[in-house]
Design a protein around this ligand. Structure first.
Ligand code: WT7
Length: 649
């Protein structure tokens, strides 16, 4: 990320919200933002009670917050249902016939589901889930392409109090199996396949492979027919989605659930080889997703809102499904790749549907930049009024291009910093109020008490680099790591007493704006996706030829970070191009295409300290082609370094 920091120093323009935008916005001035923020952190119970009153509760809470660090309960005693908030409550008025989801398949099919239709589909599928044994608390894995049925399955779980765990389609059979084992899921909802860049992804086949050893608790697989390709149907275990619908009606009341009822588990990478099942619950999560759509995207009934994230990531959960639907907004969903059949697919979609709010990732923006302005210029993007980014620090060049070429120099950009763990936006501009500077997510959202601290937990002064922490609980904070209390405490709450440790490095400038520098733990951010170096390392050493492996990130123009693997082979094994190719394939098989290494570098030894710890700092420098800097005096064998600098695959 060093490139980003350097370039942030040269771009120092400030972009004030236009009068026109501010006039219409829910929060139209800095003073109003500041007043609300102050109340939200000083009197959170009052502030959030007022906001929560906009949701529909089957029973009102008795206490807004119960905080026993690190465990928070929000809206204690309150009962509500997420699917009722996203669907039923919009059916009394004109939203009944409004588009809830506008969908476009990669091959070009188009579907619109109104709130009434989506409600009906969710009720029917909730009955299918019940018919197949789902109850309150059942874990349901959803491994689907980007089709409306993915959202239907999520909302159907929410309707009956089952928990979903969505797995991104770019994860392998082994990853599905690990998640099934860890979550104790009994049902998997999948599809025969999905389309991606003109090819078919064999989703059902991956599920079959995941269940082959029969060691998971999965009893039922519900298969949605998307591509029509041939798939194996295991008698007694697998059923077709469309067939199941024949047995159910559309009558399914939304169960009143305690505010702290688990809503979903979403696995994400950490600094060990085992992904963490991040747990989110009902009331607080929904409120934060709703509030951020209201204040950050400033969503309106007339907006066509498009978040390009896959439903398999938290962005797809909070900002394609739950937040926008709770707002009664129109959420666009596109199944495939941005460059299929050509590089202007996204601009084509924006023009065709009149998209007004567009939310994507810096890595995508950098790819669009590279493909060239001509693809954008072919289309009328004048419907856009607000742009957003998420996933990694955005370099100011990409910000400026997004602003100028996509936003026609008229749309504010909200650079939203948050994490799977935080459930929703944490540091972000409020578009009608906060002036933006390219490269910074600006100021904390309501209720968020963010700070940059030194190693002793002391808040740092302007422009001093340190660790990003959150000093107060917020409604959509994770409630734990599924099945691992100790890891929850250890990872997030042990370094500084009472503070949530985000795992990012940051600095605050003289205006209090927070500049995120990147991860400070052994987690990479590859094209906006989180990847644990330890995960890739353990995949590599599971290969019969590998003795040791160390994985680091290397700055990459498009992806932010590229995955570089330093590998030593076992005695008698030959390190050559074929093995390098085989290792890349092996990592794809073990974790999935998301984790494909960019480079394999063979070496005789890895640089280690005298106590045997791999010196990643050095490896990072070697990977980036930098001259080795800093202290190497603890290095076990200096000759290792000299060799590394020349190692190639
Ligand atoms: C990590 C979280 C939140 C949904 C997508 C990723 C990085 C995220 C930004 C941003 C700088 C960002 C951080 C964070 N990150 N958004 N706007 N500016 N960095 O979710 O997989 O949980 O990853 O992504 O490093 O810790 P995630």
């Amino acid at each position: 990320m060093s490139k980003n920091i350097e370039s942030t120093l040269v771009e120092n323009r400030i972009f004030k919200p236009s009068k026109e935008f501010s006039k219409k916005a829910r929060i139209g001035s800095m003073a109003q933002y500041q007043k609300m923020w102050k109340e939200s952190v000083e009197k959170p119970e009052k502030f959030f009670a007022r906001e929560a009153a906009e949701l529909c509760w089957q029973k009102k809470w008795t206490k807004v917050l119960d905080w026993k660090c690190p465990y928070a309960k929000w809206f204690v005693g309150g009962k509500l249902n997420v699917s009722e908030n996203c669907l039923d409550r919009h059916l009394d008025g004109p939203r009944k016939t409004k588009a809830a989801i506008i969908w476009e398949g990669e091959p070009g099919e188009k579907r619109v589901l109104t709130y009434q239709q989506l409600h009906r589909e969710v009720c029917r599928f909730a009955n299918v889930l019940k018919r197949n044994g789902a109850k309150k608390g059942t874990r349901v894995i959803i491994y689907m392409p980007m089709v409306p049925e993915a959202a239907v399955a999520m909302l159907a779980c929410a309707r009956i109090g089952a928990m979903h765990s969505v797995i991104f389609g770019g994860f392998s059979a082994e990853s599905i199996k690990d998640r099934a084992l860890d979550s104790g899921a009994t049902i998997i909802v999948t599809a025969d396949g999905g389309y991606r860049r003109g090819a078919v992804v064999a989703l059902k086949k991956n599920v079959d492979d995941a269940l082959k050893a029969k060691d998971t608790s999965v009893k039922r697989v519900i298969v949605f027919k998307r591509t029509g390709q041939d798939v194996h149907i295991e008698e007694g275990r697998d059923v077709w989605w469309h067939r199941e619908l024949e047995y159910v009606d559309a009558n399914c009341p939304a169960v009143a659930l305690d505010s702290e009822t688990p809503l979903f588990i979403l696995y994400t990478s950490g600094s060990t080889g085992k992904p963490k099942g991040i747990l989110h619950t009902t009331g607080g999560y929904l409120l934060h997703a709703y509030m951020t759509c209201k204040y950050v995207f400033d969503l309106r009934d007339e907006d066509v809102y498009w978040c390009t994230a896959d439903v398999g990531w938290v962005t797809g959960h909070s900002y394609m499904v739950y937040g926008p639907l709770a707002m009664g907004a129109t959420s666009l969903m596109y199944e495939g790749a941005p460059n299929w059949p050509e590089n202007d697919r996204f601009w084509n979609i924006i023009e065709e549907y009149g998209v007004s709010v567009f939310y994507t990732a810096p890595t995508a923006i950098r790819a669009f930049m590279k493909w060239g302005d001509q693809w954008v210029k072919k289309h009328d993007l004048s419907s856009l009024r607000l742009l957003g980014t998420v996933g990694e620090p955005i370099n100011p060049e990409a910000w400026m291009w997004y602003h100028r070429v996509i936003g026609g120099s008229r749309c504010p950009i909200v650079d939203t910093w948050w994490q799977t763990e935080t459930g929703g936006h944490m540091i972000t501009p409020i578009p009608g109020a906060i002036p933006t500077k390219p490269g910074t997510a600006t100021l904390p959202f309501f209720g968020v008490d963010a700070a940059v601290v030194d190693d002793n937990g002391k808040e740092l002064g302007a422009n001093q680099g340190g660790k990003l922490v959150i000093r107060k609980p917020w409604p959509s904070m994770l409630r734990g790591i599924w099945g691992d209390k100790a890891r929850y405490k250890e990872t997030y709450w042990s370094e500084f007493k009472g503070y949530y440790l985000a795992g990012d490095g940051a600095r605050r400038d003289k205006d209090g704006y927070i500049w995120i520098v990147g991860r400070i733990d052994d987690v990479l951010n590859v094209a906006g996706h989180r990847l644990g170096t330890a995960e890739v390392e353990s995949a590599l050493v599971s290969h019969p030829s590998v003795a040791e492996a160390a994985v680091v990130g290397k700055p990459d123009e498009l992806k932010g970070q590229a995955v570089v693997c330093f590998v030593t082979v076992k005695t008698g094994k030959i390190a050559n191009k074929e093995l390098a190719a085989d290792l890349k394939k092996h990592v794809r098989t073990v974790i999935g295409p998301v984790a494909t290494p960019d480079e394999i570098r063979f070496t005789d030894a890895l640089p280690k300290t005298r106590s045997g710890k791999i010196m990643r700092r050095l490896l990072k420098q070697v990977a980036a082609g930098e001259i080795i800097k800093g202290d190497t005096t603890t290095l076990e064998d200096l000759s290792v370094l000299a060799k590394l600098a020349t190692a190639e695959d």
